[in-house]
Design a protein around this ligand. Structure first.
Ligand SMILES: Cc1c2[nH]c(c1CCC(=O)O)Cc1[nH]c(c(CCC(=O)O)c1C)Cc1[nH]c(c(CCC(=O)O)c1C)Cc1[nH]c(c(C)c1CCC(=O)O)C2
Length: 379
């Protein structure tokens, strides 16, 4: 493990942060209709940015995650570049730091790789029994506190974690997978053990998310990247209970610890159709993230009390200025349709930005959102 040279675990977390200058995303997340849509993009600190690639050329992926000064630097890169255009920062880290905290080895070369995945439930014995989240993941908290100061109040800082189902899938598959055959074998062959492990992961996520708020995170997002690989019934049986557990417990713990009641975002990729969304809407998240395979008008009735986030196809950013402008115009018109009830909307892509996008095209995406998400700009 790389020892973070600039982080003293004994150092108290300072929470005297600079005052926030832009609260657009916080208002939208709470369900308010805003003067224009706040906008950020998933993976906005990433390989499409030359300044990120320059840092990556010098440091390993998890070394950046574990070194607060580096994590802070790459989190700030897109904020600096797009100042005045982007409305939130997301802390640089990865969802796979939680399996690491549970005692699993995870490499990134360049995709995630677990040298010793969980083959059968007997392997659960290899996991750390009690995870001291502050000890294992305190470097994320230190990075958040440092970044909150570094942001100087320009935009709010988002903390995040992976959802238990997506994390279990990585821990069992040992990396990415097209079919999730091993992870699904677990769910269907060992449902009891799977549910127990999902609940155990959820408990760690709760400590991790509460710690991130304590350190300075102003919104939280849970990424369930593989939610849509489950049938609606299996989603409801396996993925949803730990997602509910996370939202309910995080809110209770924040209140107990007198921490800010930050908005919670759930991005359950692929779990987009009304049947999934009406289930997801029963969990206590403020915002539901959408991928690009659904029209907002079709889901408003399934989740009437939720703000929405999304949902331009990230590949549109490869299509040039006209394709981006057309896509954003249409996205704004559908999220802001006159006959839809006014409700919070956070503009975003429908999944993470991909390597190879021209950073100037992302700038154009932001500019188009600023232009077309103003209600009066629409026909
Ligand atoms: C599934 C998942 C992972 N990580 C994450 C998810 C959920 C979102 C999603 O579905 O995309 C979440 C994530 N990963 C990263 C962030 C940082 C914050 C941000 O800018 O959004 C966040 C929020 C950095 C990263 N995480 C990773 C990179 C690129 C790796 C590199 O720098 O070499 C970055 C910037 C690597 C990573 N990490 C992961 C994969 C599958 C990969 C490799 C493939 C890929 O890049 O998409 C696991």
């Amino acid at each position: 493990m790389v020892e973070p040279p600039d982080w003293n675990p004994e150092e108290p977390l300072s929470n005297a942060f600079p005052p926030l200058k832009n609260d657009l995303i916080l208002r939208a997340a709470r369900g308010e209709e805003t003067e224009r849509a706040p906008v950020w993009v998933m993976r906005q600190a990433g390989r499409y940015l030359p300044e990120f690639r320059a840092v990556r050329a010098e440091h390993e992926f998890f070394e950046i995650c574990r070194t607060p000064s580096l994590a802070c630097e790459v989190t700030l890169q897109p904020i600096r570049r797009y100042l005045g255009l982007v409305d939130a920062a997301i802390i640089f880290s990865d969802i796979l730091v939680v399996p690491q905290a549970m005692g699993m080895k995870v490499l990134m070369n360049p995709a995630p790789f677990f040298p010793a995945p969980l083959d059968t439930p007997a392997d659960i014995a290899r996991l750390r029994e009690d995870v001291d989240v502050r000890k294992e993941l305190g470097y994320v908290f230190a990075a958040i506190t440092r970044t909150r100061h570094g942001l100087r109040g320009e935009v709010p800082l988002i903390g995040f974690c992976g959802a238990p189902w997506t994390l279990l899938a990585y821990m069992v598959e040992g990396g990415g997978s097209k079919t999730l055959q091993k992870a699904k074998t677990w769910l269907f062959r060992y449902p009891r053990e799977s549910k127990a492990l999902l609940a155990r992961i959820a408990n760690i996520c709760v400590d991790f998310l509460v710690g991130q708020v304590d350190a300075g995170a102003q919104l939280l997002q849970v990424f369930d990247s593989w939610a849509g690989e489950l049938s609606p019934d299996d989603f409801a049986e396996f993925a949803l209970p730990p997602l509910r557990q996370i939202a309910t417990s995080v809110r209770a713990r924040l209140a107990e610890d007198r921490l800010p009641a930050v908005p919670l975002i759930l991005f359950a990729k692929g779990a987009n159709t009304p049947v999934y969304l009406s289930a997801a809407a029963t969990a206590d998240y403020d915002v539901l993230g959408l991928d690009w395979c659904v029209r907002p008008a079709d889901v408003r009735t399934a989740a009437p009390n939720k703000a929405l986030q999304g949902n331009l196809d990230p590949s549109r950013l490869y299509g040039g200025r006209e394709a981006i402008e057309d896509g954003v115009r249409r996205m704004c018109a559908t999220f802001r349709a006159r006959d839809s009830p006014p409700k919070g909307w956070i503009a975003n892509l429908g999944h993470g930005i991909t390597p190879g996008v021209d950073p100037n095209d992302l700038r154009w995406f932001f500019e188009c959102v600023h232009k077309y998400s103003v209600r009066s700009a629409l026909p």
